[in-house]
Design a binder for this molecule. Sequence first.
Ligand SMILES: [Zn+2]
Length: 219
Amino acid sequence: MAASTTDRTLENNRQYASGQALHAPAYPGKQPIRPAKRVAVLACMDARLDVEDLLGLQTGDAHIIRNAGGVVSDDAIRCLIISHHLLDTNEIILIHHTRCGMLAFSDDLLKAGLEGDPAAEKLLGQATGRAFTSCRQCASTPSAFHAFRGALEPLDAPRDAKQTERLTWDVRRGMSAILSHPWLPTSGPDAVSVRGFIYDVDTGKLEEVSHPGPMGSFA
Ligand SMILES: [Zn+2]
């Protein structure tokens, strides 16, 4: 079987991690609207991820969808459906990363802090090293922040086995949410493939996450 675009981007990533970026930032001229590599990437907004560089993608190659965490949110699904059904992408790459800010809080903690709970304000201040200033208002949106499951850790904590496990869980949850969506076919003539990865911000390397597998634990 021919190598997929995802496989080729993994080759590019090995080159990137060794210090050689393949992305050419110059204006490439007129481009078609459909992504040339037929790939859609969903990745965290983290400032340390330069998605085109780390995958060796050029302008016009891919849809790149980003949000806090690279979460498969309602809006991310909306983008993926449009990307596939209208603009002909057939591979989805999901990227989470080490030291992600989404490991350092929970939805309840952030909401309580924003609403004015002094204990939550204090904890968030300690976790981020920034004075957390409550807004002292309740709000109906966003309905969720999608903080990652598992025991909280300090912001930007170095990777350890527990962090890898939490990231792995969340990549799998994201893959599962995409794979089970009725409007993103994963079999038949119009199928999309989905592969998930953890990007290590300290090494520049992508590591693939297997699916299916565990997606969390209260233990
Ligand atoms: Zn992140």
